[in-house]
Design a protein around this ligand. Structure first.
Ligand SMILES: *[C@@H]1O[C@H](CO)[C@@H](O)[C@H](O)[C@H]1NC(C)=O
Ligand SMILES: *[C@@H]1O[C@H](CO)[C@@H](O)[C@H](O)[C@H]1NC(C)=O
Length: 185
């Protein structure tokens, strides 16, 4: 690339010399060439830096996706801890507690897909602190799945989690086939 620029500069000089008979053009080439090489070098370094930061995820992004791996027999209002993190941009989801804690005020989208084990079915509830924002039921047929979704404005520090529906006795949720997802809109 830099050779094309330098060649162009030479061609311009030759043209200027031919047309106007000026010869200090060639004296200026040395200076111009040095300035040009420096500018190209700066551009290349800037480009590398932009490339590095351009591929990083901006710090205001929040998105998580996690899978439940064990089968869990849930007691009343027990939190479902989706233990296997697939995505956790912004680290707002905690795979040890099952809590998503909003890092900023904003509109968030949540979803949960889950499978019951044969027999009892499974009732779940999605809550913001303790207020219900969604609920779902995987019926007791064979391999019936349940779904919950919510769109909600959260204040920084509000906690969203999935828990067993209060008062439903003990029910088992299927490992590997249950996921919890959320992101800042
Ligand atoms: C979420 O929970 C917090 C804390 O309980 C509450 O102040 C806020 O109003 C709730 N937001 C919604 C939209 O339910
Ligand atoms: C919401 O729940 C979290 C975690 O349980 C708690 O730290 C926070 O104080 C609660 N916020 C409100 C407004 O109740």
């Amino acid at each position: 690339m830099k050779y094309i620029f330098i060649s162009l500069l030479f061609i311009t000089c030759i043209s200027v010399t031919y047309v106007y008979g000026g010869d200090d053009c060639f004296r200026k080439i040395g200076k111009a060439k040095a300035a040009l090489l420096e500018a190209i070098d700066t551009l290349q370094r800037t480009n590398r830096l932009l490339g590095e930061t351009g591929s990083a995820i901006p710090s205001n992004k929040v998105a998580f996706h996690a899978r439940l791996t064990p089968y869990v027999t849930l007691g009343s209002a027990q939190t479902v801890i989706f233990d296997h993190v697939i995505t956790n941009i912004g680290k707002a989801y905690n795979q040890h507690t099952g809590h998503f804690t909003a890092p900023f005020n904003g509109i968030y989208v949540f979803a949960c897909t889950f499978l019951q084990t044969r027999g009892t079915g499974v009732h779940l509830q999605m809550v913001n602190n303790s207020s219900e924002i969604s609920k779902g039921y995987g019926t007791s047929g064979s391999g019936e799945a349940g779904v919950m979704t919510a769109v909600i404005y959260l204040q920084k520090g509000d906690v969203v989690k999935v828990r067993h529906y209060p008062g439903k006795g003990s029910q088992t949720i299927h490992g590997h086939w249950s996921f919890f997802t959320g992101y800042l809109l």
